[in-house]
Design a protein around this ligand. Structure first.
Ligand SMILES: Cc1cc2nc3c(=O)[nH]c(=O)nc-3n(C[C@H](O)[C@H](O)[C@H](O)COP(=O)(O)O)c2cc1C
Length: 323
């Protein structure tokens, strides 16, 4: 459990096998249940949802469930966002004391309220503050400090290699790059040529994110950019099998439904009935690409209990025993 760490942490970004694939942090998605589902399929490293440094320090009880993880999820990295070096260093100490294997700084979130608080992607406009945050956190803890960043704040800005180098000088142990600007949000496509420039500019490991939709994209990103690892995000939604190197496609229906039910049981276990409500979005991602999926998806948006979900799956003749 989280608070009982006795062994010194051993995780290091440099000792991961080249080409490792991790589950990229996603707010509202990468909770313990989904991390476990992805881990089972082969995700090498998993991340928590983004935590606010201020909230962690000022309202720790609100984070107890949010930051829960199971031992077998390791290596697990906690992502944190904030804009004050002292507060971020304090949050890093707390994260280390909770037994996380690493701490990752969010320098990519484009949400208005995050950017308005001088956090997330707004740090891309202030390399010196970003570097001071990294320095303060690196000095505060022994676990590795990584940064996940977008390529720039504004479209058509060429600040990335300079910014990445500044973070490296400040002591960052690894970087991950989502090569879209803050202005771009999730529109258009990720520009992997920027990822390549950053890989060439720094000596620390760089992970690549952006438009990783399937295994073919994973292989292309590795080849085109030379990244050390791949950070899979939307491509894992409804498709945790993307981490399974032995597959090129999603599994047969029976296996898909078995995983859906396992996932729902984990949600119920950790979050009670609210977990099933949260599960609805995962159901809409899982239920695609097979006959009847559209109608099933529509009904899945209304399930309120595990039993209702099982009943729905049975009505569609998709129960693992009847397939
Ligand atoms: C719903 C959602 C939530 C996200 N939350 C975070 C987050 O909390 N922290 C972060 O660094 N990136 C976050 N991201 C960005 C992803 O980790 C990833 O970098 C981005 O989606 C690009 O990869 P993709 O095009 O393969 O999805 C989020 C993305 C999505 C879709």
């Amino acid at each position: 459990m989280n608070n009982e760490q006795t062994q010194p942490p051993k995780f290091s970004w440099t000792t991961l096998s080249p080409g490792y694939e991790c589950l990229s942090p996603m707010a509202g998605v990468t909770d313990s249940a989904f991390r476990q589902i992805c881990k089972r399929q082969g995700a090498a490293v998993v991340f928590t949802e983004m935590a606010s440094a201020n909230m962690m320090l000022n309202a720790p009880s609100r984070n107890a469930a949010f930051l829960h993880y199971e031992e077998w999820e390791r290596p697990i990295v906690c992502q944190v966002m904030g804009g004050d070096p002292k507060v971020m260093a304090e949050a890093a100490r707390l994260i280390e004391s909770m037994g996380f294997d690493g701490v990752d700084i969010n320098m990519g979130c484009p949400e208005k309220k995050i950017v308005g608080n001088a956090c997330g992607s707004s740090l891309l406009r202030d390399p010196e503050l970003a570097a001071r945050i990294v320095e303060a956190m690196v000095q505060a803890v022994k676990i590795p400090v990584s940064v996940k960043m977008r390529s720039s704040y504004y479209d058509n800005e060429i600040v990335q290699p300079h910014f990445a180098k500044r973070l490296e000088e400040a002591g960052a142990h690894a970087l991950a790059i989502h090569p879209r600007s803050k202005e771009q949000a999730y529109r258009g496509s990720a520009d992997w040529t920027i990822t390549r420039q950053i890989v060439e500019a720094v000596h620390i490991p760089v992970g690549g994110s952006g438009d990783i939709t399937d295994r073919a994209a994973i292989e292309r990103l590795k080849q085109e950019t030379g990244v050390q690892g791949i950070w899979v995000a939307r491509g894992a939604m409804g498709n945790p099998w993307i981490f399974d190197r032995s597959r090129t496609e999603r599994p047969p229906l029976e296996e898909l439904i078995t995983t859906v039910l396992e996932h729902a049981r984990l949600m119920l276990h950790y979050k009670g009935l609210h977990g099933i409500i949260e599960m609805r979005k995962h159901l809409t991602w899982y239920f695609s690409g097979f006959p009847g999926a559209v109608a099933l998806r529509d009904e899945a948006k209304r399930v309120s209990s595990y039993e209702e979900l099982v009943g729905l799956i049975e009505r569609y003749g998709l129960s693992p025993t009847s397939l």
